[in-house]
Design a protein around this ligand. Sequence first.
Ligand code: GLU
Length: 445
Amino acid sequence: MEHIKLKKSGVEDSNADTVVNINLDRALCRIAHIHKGIVEVLRYPKRAVTVTFPIEMDDSSVQVFKGYRVLHNNTLGPGKGGIRFHVDVDLDEVSSLATLMTWKCALIGVPFGGAKGGVICDPKELSHHELRRITRRFISELGENIGPYIDIPSPDLYTNEQTMSWVFDTYDVMHSGNNNRAVVTGKPVSLGGSVGRREATGRGVCYAARHFITKHMVPGLSSLDGARVAIQGFGNVGAVVAEQMHCMGAKIIALSDSQGGIIDNEGLDLAEVSAYKHEHGSLIGLPGTMSATNDALLEIDCDVLVPAALSRQIGAHNAQDVKAKLVVEAANAPVTPEGDRILASKGIQVLPDILANAGGVTVSYFEWLQNLENQQWELDEVNEKLLKKMNKAVDASVERLKQLTTEESEHSRDDFAYPLDLRTAGLAIALDKLVAVTEQRGIWP
Ligand code: GLU
């Protein structure tokens, strides 16, 4: 099995595609019985669409934008996954994120395959009207590659309810006369969105972390109540995690946004933080707090560290300096395989993205169901169903981890390049399900 390469500078080759394949191999080498030929199918996206389109900007200039939509797999159901607007969007990363969605949907138990999309742009530099034109044109360029039973987008990095409203409206104009609401999730409630969807990813992160901690697998941490938490990212996910963990009794001692972080060892006042961020556009400078870089925030002394921003934040370069007892991946792929290896050697547990942040796609599934039936569920019902799904997936992952650990010790195997962890256990569950259903359906023709 390939060990991740360290470049001469000591910097890890954490190319998104490499990371996905390494993680896949980590699981495969531990589940001997699996049909290797079928797994090969899962290494590649089923379909990757690239579109390039012009947009008339507010100053009447014309700019060309590039976007992607990748459907990784649709064995379990239509593709599902977000659309991100970011300067760093590239096809490799979108494909890798689509693959993660396949694992996530299979593990959490929603009848979707994996997909992801993105447009290369800097949303912070674009006006509301420019964003609208980009969204509409992107969706119209994707044409029949999306649909309620084909591939269903949702919000992701720097896209939100407004973006999803434009996605819906564009598709609806292109397919008039149908109930098109289920073509996209993460819509405003007034447009068929589910109550609780906006908070679902963050809420799911907290449910998963709280339940996992009760398993006594995190040395020195038996409850979220009283735990000292640091969160990287104060966007839709990070802000909800902060609020929910606070409600569960945790002390939020550090937070950051793209410009840097703030620390208060006595616990941040979240209402003050939000008001300050709203007024100044940044967290930095909140009276009574110390400032820190985003890198320094990852290394602070805390019980729970929640990377809730970008990918590849914890790896060969800094994992040795992480001091948390538990890392909860609210973002997608914030810890690299080398990061996993180092954290495991330090006895730090990682609750992986495909489990920890699956609450978003879970409530997206609830939204899709409500849309197909023109229903509107109550918040209690949504949260109760979300809690059940998260706890069940945590239980299953922990059980699978125990089973794999027993097998490993029975066969006296210790020659693996990477340690056995929850990421591998979760992926093993997803792979078993995907391979079994592929075999049931049969390979065409
Ligand atoms: N973008 C989110 C994710 O990465 C949500 C996907 C969805 O709701 O379809 O899980």
